[in-house]
Design a protein around this ligand. Structure first.
Ligand SMILES: [Zn+2]
Length: 92
């Protein structure tokens, strides 16, 4: 991940621990993804719920880096909508 946006110079990690909030978004994305994958496995293979859930978790693991990245992007968008960092913009 870049330190700053190459287009508008927005500093992504505004302060230490900035992406802690992204962990909550990532948790939500992860739970929803596992639930969807488990439901698909349950419908297609007709396994029991616990076995389908374990399969959903295993299928989720390769997607974890992408979901972490998406959670950080969503966090930055939310943060900029609520508290825009105007000092970093328009410096180029
Ligand atoms: Zn930018």
């Amino acid at each position: 991940m870049y330190e700053q946006c190459p287009f508008c110079n927005l500093k992504f990690e505004r302060e230490p621990g900035y992406f802690l909030g992204a962990m909550y978004i990532g948790y939500g994305l992860g739970v929803v993804t596992i639930a969807v994958l488990a439901a698909v496995v349950r419908e297609v293979i007709r396994w029991l719920v616990i076995r389908s859930t374990v399969a959903g978790i295993v299928l989720f693991l390769p997607l974890a880096p992408v979901l972490t990245w998406m959670a950080r992007v969503l966090w930055i968008y939310m943060d900029q909508a609520i508290d825009p960092d105007r000092t970093q913009r328009f410096l180029f």
